[in-house]
Design a protein around this ligand. Structure first.
Ligand code: FAD
Length: 488
């Protein structure tokens, strides 16, 4: 433990952010790094609890008190070794994780939790800067070949671990660049794409082969993959967006969020795209869906120079502090104010959309909405809603972005041709902890298996799946896993 009285002496600090007005003029990250003393103080706040709830709160089982101590001692090499023993990509989670570890931090019971996510980001960035992160080829190759389909965080984590075990790994990606939603989806201002490219470059140097523009089941023959590889990991994500099929849905100006966000990722890097450009410039924008994807649409719309930005959510407004139904150390579903909200956005809860209204040329001109009242059960769960009388109204909008989550993976092509079983929600059926599908040599990880989730869960599933594939091919595995010895 770094400093025994650290948690009593120091308050939580957050690194400075560029002023909201300034950051709207670009698409780069805008959170500044901590000064040396600040990061040292933040690490000193860790109490090194006998039972580190932060560690079990993290889907990766990150060994948090130990790396906090190493940071406090200024031993960045040790800190990065500890961090990388459970997390292949702390540079991603250190930027965009909702940090369930911090919700489980014991300090959080009556004080602000330790800034674990920020510490994680500093450890990995300092490790890169000091040259501790080097491409490491495995000493022995097993001669076994594995295809990973999908290059999001789940596929990347599975590939990294399987390569470590000495297998020959080829990652197939249907997009032009690897990274999945890290690359196309999550805005550049949350996660700059040079950070993703730096990791892919390292993985290539470690011997992993990436094949882009390779849509397995479409322009890459499935039979070839089945013939050439001893095992396959399906990590294709959950890509079918929930739509809102109301009258007027065909109005020009209504888009699913991913079309808007992916285009912007491409625009930032001057990558051409075929679809018509979707711009928020000078428009009244309404984002339907109150989650992270919606918030990313808000930040992007403001950077485009929208006239006004509104974000709706049909559910009631969440509590701003823990309630009896969300006791510590569970992950609480609290009201979230993101950096994109800080940049300017009107938010509304309990609003239901009834119709997209068009002008004579078929362009969207407004939304017809109504306020709703929710019946809530004693555990705090919303049950059903009724419309509030006399609240129906029209709201002007020339651009509506649908950000209401994702239903399941795409079935046509890859999954249908493979004939893997799906679960009741339409995700690939593979038991948690085993990750094996109904076809013995095929495994599944990440959003394609668990449904729409988080980067940290995708990395966790990729790692755990790699271990199961390794066991399947070799009879045993020395790859570390959540329940194993983290330093192995
Ligand atoms: P994905 O990242 O979806 O990657 C799947 C990849 O598989 C894609 O590149 C796809 O092109 C490829 N693929 C699919 N089928 C084929 C095929 N047949 N052949 C070849 N390639 C194929 N989570 C967070 O933790 N923090 C955030 O801030 C956050 N923000 C988000 C913002 C947005 C806009 C969205 C949509 C999600 C966000 N998430 C966030 C969720 C997170 O990005 C996902 O949970 C995570 O990326 C899932 O990883 P994955 O590897 O399972 O799938």
């Amino acid at each position: 433990m770094g400093k025994v009285t650290g948690f009593l002496e120091f308050e939580r600090t957050a690194p400075l952010k560029q002023d909201a007005k300034e950051r709207l003029s670009h698409y780069n990250e805008f959170v500044k790094a901590f000064e040396k003393e600040e990061i040292n103080r933040e690490a000193a706040r860790c109490m090194d609890c006998g039972v580190p709830f932060c560690q079990s709160g993290c889907p990766l089982g990150n060994v948090i008190p130990e790396f906090n101590d190493a940071v406090y001692q200024g031993d960045w090499e040790l800190a990065s070794t500890i961090l990388l023993s459970t997390n292949n990509f702390p540079e991603f989670t250190g930027r965009i994780c909702p940090a369930p570890c911090e919700s489980a931090c014991v300090l959080g019971i009556n004080k602000s939790p330790v800034s674990i996510e920020e510490i994680e980001k500093h450890i990995i960035e300092i490790a890169f800067a000091k040259g501790y992160i080097k491409a490491e080829q495995p000493l022995i190759r097993t001669g076994k070949k594995i295809a990973v389909i999908g290059s999001g965080p789940a596929g990347l984590a599975a590939a990294a671990q399987l390569n470590k075990a000495g297998h020959e790994v080829t990652v197939y990606e249907r997009d032009d660049t690897p990274g999945g939603l890290l690359n196309y989806g999550i805005p550049d201002f949350k996660l700059q794409k040079d950070v993703v490219a730096r990791r892919i470059d390292l993985m290539e140097k470690e011997g992993i082969i990436f094949k882009c523009n390779a849509n397995v089941g479409v322009n890459v023959e499935l039979n070839t993959i089945l013939r050439d590889f001893q095992s396959i990991v399906l990590a294709g994500g959950s890509t079918i967006a929930r739509d809102l099929n109301l009258p007027g849905r065909d109005a020009k100006g209504v888009y699913v969020a991913m079309d808007f966000l992916k285009q912007q990722n491409k625009r930032v890097r001057n990558i051409p795209f075929e679809q018509e450009p979707i711009m928020a410039t000078g428009k009244d924008v309404i984002v339907i869906g109150g989650g992270d994807t919606g918030s990313d649409c808000v930040g992007t719309s403001n950077r485009h120079g929208a006239r006004s930005v509104m974000q709706f959510e049909i559910m009631p407004m969440p509590a701003s502090a823990r309630t009896n139904n969300m006791p510590w150390p569970t992950y609480p579903m609290l009201l979230k104010v993101t950096s994109s909200h800080e940049e300017g956005c009107e938010r509304a809860w309990g609003v239901n959309t009834k119709e997209f209204l068009k002008d004579a040329d078929g362009n969207l001109r407004a939304l017809r909405v109504v306020d709703v009242e929710w019946e809530i059960d004693p555990s705090g769960r919303p049950l059903n809603f009724t419309e509030k009388p006399e609240t129906e109204r029209e709201l002007p909008a020339q651009l509506v972005l649908l950000a209401m989550g994702f239903l399941h993976p795409q079935k046509e092509g890859l999954l249908e041709k493979l004939g893997v079983e799906l679960d009741a929600r339409g995700n690939v059926k593979a038991e948690e902890g085993k990750y094996q599908t109904n076809i013995a040599k095929i495994f599944a990880a990440g959003d394609m298996r668990r449904g729409q989730s988080l980067v940290v869960w995708a990395i966790s599933e990729g790692r755990e799946t790699a271990r199961k594939v390794d066991e399947y091919l070799m009879g045993e595995s020395k790859l570390s896993c959540k329940d194993g010895i983290p330093f192995a």
